[in-house]
Design a protein around this ligand. Structure first.
Ligand code: PEP
Ligand code: MG
Length: 464
């Protein structure tokens, strides 16, 4: 049925898979759906491990914190928690054993601290911290209508990452420049069954409507790895991060990818749209995916649909092999967006979700930053844009490093928009570029550049 060219028959297969999946859950007693209704107000969930889809099963209005025994700050569950504004702390040994149901717990996602049954003094201190944060938020909000231009007059495009309808109010709250990464897989992950074409189309239209004149970059499905779909056949792979995922799956299962591209192009009818592909490892994959877009455009034209007025097609750079194909790649793409989460995972051979190794290498070290610099320099040389949408852009010191490397377009989590914008308004970019250049070129003694950036920020009075 999967190989059938008839989309109707293919959809029926997913109905069957969904049914089978639900039946299995019932038989195994694993139905966790009731959590939505049972969750008390101000709940803190403590779990050994959790995937991003499971987090989305909880009622977001009631969920106030998340503690995980496994899970690092770059894992997808952490990214989703950040997007939802839920403080989360991972890598907590024996978390599930340390708290009893009903215990008061403070989860400090900023410092990564947890206080079980806190004393009155600690509660007091945190109440004060919450008030302080609220004042900071008000200060960021006051910057909302200011253009994002550095102290030395360089404009920076600050966009946000999104993936769900609940993210859309952030466009207006932050007054960002647009959505630099729309993770389309999130709709698929939260849905109990494969979203129909009509549902995909509706979501993409809603997103474009909410963004108005601001650009939106939709990334085609990035599933596989730690982003499993509950209704899809599970394939056991020894190394899922290196396995059958993202564009690889899309190219091998063209029905799914082409259906999504069609929905995206239809949603973009009469407007501008930007599309990009995840986990591209070689230029030929980009060519093939781009051909899908062209075929869908022909189909839509033949069937009298209105077409997008402008389409920009780009790719994520998150597989190191692309660093050595930049010349060929850059002649083909309209733009690139660096996925530093995966790029660093593969560059350093460090599983981004494995707490034992995740902090082993400093991402603000020469090898990582040289890779990012090469992308920025080569892209600029051909007059195209390199943006960065990994979590590195969401940390002020990371954003500072990126500006020093030549990036002028960043896409970050909505909660990071205020702090990063405030930093840019106070920053003399030319100065930090001058600090960065000799550090990158210096023979590797101490590889970390973090301390130099910290010292620079302190000297310049930047708040990181
Ligand atoms: C990345 O890899 O940096 C990225 C933005 O994609 P994701 O985090 O969704 O894998
Ligand atoms: Mg990625």
């Amino acid at each position: 049925m999967l190989r059938s060219t008839d989309p109707y028959l293919r959809e029926r297969l997913h109905d069957l898979e969904d049914l089978g999946h639900r039946l299995m859950r019932q038989l195994l007693g694993q139905d966790h759906a009731p959590s939505r209704e049972q969750l008390p107000d101000n709940a803190i969930v403590v779990a050994r491990a959790m995937g991003p889809a499971a987090l989305l099963d909880y009622d977001r209005k009631r969920l106030r914190g998340l503690i995980l025994e496994e899970g690092t700050s770059n894992s997808h569950v952490a990214i989703v928690a950040r997007a939802l504004g839920i403080p989360a702390v991972g890598e907590v040994a024996n978390a599930a054993g340390a708290a009893d149901p009903g215990d008061a717990v403070i989860v400090d996602g900023t410092s990564g601290s947890i206080y079980y049954r806190p004393s009155a003094e600690i509660e007091q201190a945190y109440a004060e911290r919450v008030r302080f944060r609220a004042r900071r938020q008000a200060q960021y909000h006051a910057l909302r209508d200011k253009a994002t231009v550095s102290r030395d007059g360089q404009p920076v495009e600050l966009m946000i990452n999104a993936g769900l309808v609940i993210d859309l109010p952030h466009i207006d709250d932050t007054n960002c420049a647009g959505i630099g990464l729309f993770r389309t897989e999130l709709q698929f992950m939260v849905s109990p069954q494969l979203p129909r074409s009509s549902e995909q189309l509706q979501l993409y239209r809603t997103v474009l409507d909410a963004a108005g004149d601001k650009p939106v970059t939709f990334r085609t499905l990035d599933i596989g790895g730690d982003k499993a779909l509950p209704y899809m056949e599970t394939i056991t792979e020894e190394n899922p991060a290196l396995g059958w995922r993202a564009i690889r799956l899309g190219l091998d299962r063209p029905g799914l990818l082409r259906g999504q591209i069609r929905a995206l192009l239809r949603a973009g009818g009469g407007r501008s749209i930007k599309l990009m592909f995840p986990m591209v490892s070689e230029v030929a994959e980009f060519d093939q995916a781009k051909q899908f877009v062209e075929r869908e455009l022909t189909y839509l034209r033949q069937h009298g649909h209105s077409l997008p007025e402008r389409i920009a097609i780009g790719t994520m750079i998150e597989v190191p092999a692309l660093l050595y194909q930049l010349d060929e790649l850059l002649t083909r793409v309209d733009f690139v967006s660096v996925g530093s989460n995966d790029l660093f995972q593969f560059l350093f051979a460090v599983d981004r979700g494995n707490a034992k190794v995740a902090d082993r290498f400093d991402i603000l070290s020469a090898p990582a930053l040289r890779a990012l610099r090469d992308i920025a320099v080569k892209t600029k040389a051909v007059g195209k844009t390199a943006s960065l949408c990994g979590e590195l852009a969401s940390i002020p010191i990371g954003a500072l490093a990126l500006l020093a490397l030549g990036y002028r377009s960043l896409s970050l989590s909505a909660t990071a928009h205020g702090p990063v914008k405030a930093m840019i308004l106070d920053l003399d970019i030319a100065k930090v570029e001058a600090v960065m250049k000799p550090l990158l070129d210096a023979p590797a003694g101490s590889l970390s550049i973090r301390d130099h950036l910290r010292a620079f920020a302190e000297q310049e009075g930047l708040s990181l």
